[in-house]
Design a protein around this ligand. Structure first.
Ligand SMILES: [Zn+2]
Length: 161
């Protein structure tokens, strides 16, 4: 009986090790699959520059503080959004809007465009079936989502005076 228990212990340790390892591989694989085709907007914490990186690459290159920055080589760039959704692109357009009526008008248009792109994507089906077109549609959706957000923020700013 003693012998059996002694013999069983290393097997259990090996099984636990194997189970943990295979789970980790499964999780990594699932993380990679759920981001397939998505492109992230990434910002370097050290030099402040931004760049784009396919999310799959981001997941596989991520270590402790981030992914390597192609400009300064530090491993400290992290995801700040999706490709196309940088709010900076609307800064000038927003500064020209000064009344609630204007912002309402533009918000209605942007919301309609956003609904339209979502409808197009739904109709398109699997975005990864055509990666190039898929990336284009995702970028446009991200841009319009960012625009709707920018307009809502502008609305609050105008109300606040
Ligand atoms: Zn950098």
């Amino acid at each position: 009986m003693k012998i059996v228990i002694l013999a069983a212990a290393p097997v259990a340790i090996i099984a636990a090790w194997w189970w943990n390892g295979s789970n980790e591989r499964t999780w990594n694989q699932e993380a990679i699959e759920s981001v397939a085709g998505v492109i992230y907007r990434v910002k370097c914490d050290k030099c402040g520059r931004q760049f784009e990186m396919p999310a799959e690459q981001y997941v596989s290159k991520f270590k402790n503080a981030g992914v390597p920055c192609p400009f300064c080589d530090s491993q400290s760039a992290y995801k700040v959004g999706e490709a196309g959704d940088d709010p900076e692109q609307f800064k000038e357009e927003m500064s020209r809007i000064t009344t609630v009526a204007e912002v309402q008008d533009k918000l209605e248009d942007a919301e309609a465009e956003y609904a339209e792109i979502k409808r197009k994507i739904q109709e398109f089906g699997d975005l990864n079936a055509d990666p190039e077109r898929g990336a284009e549609l995702r970028r446009e959706r991200a841009r319009l989502r960012a625009k709707v957000n920018a307009l809502n923020m502008r609305w609050s700013e105008i109300l606040a005076g």
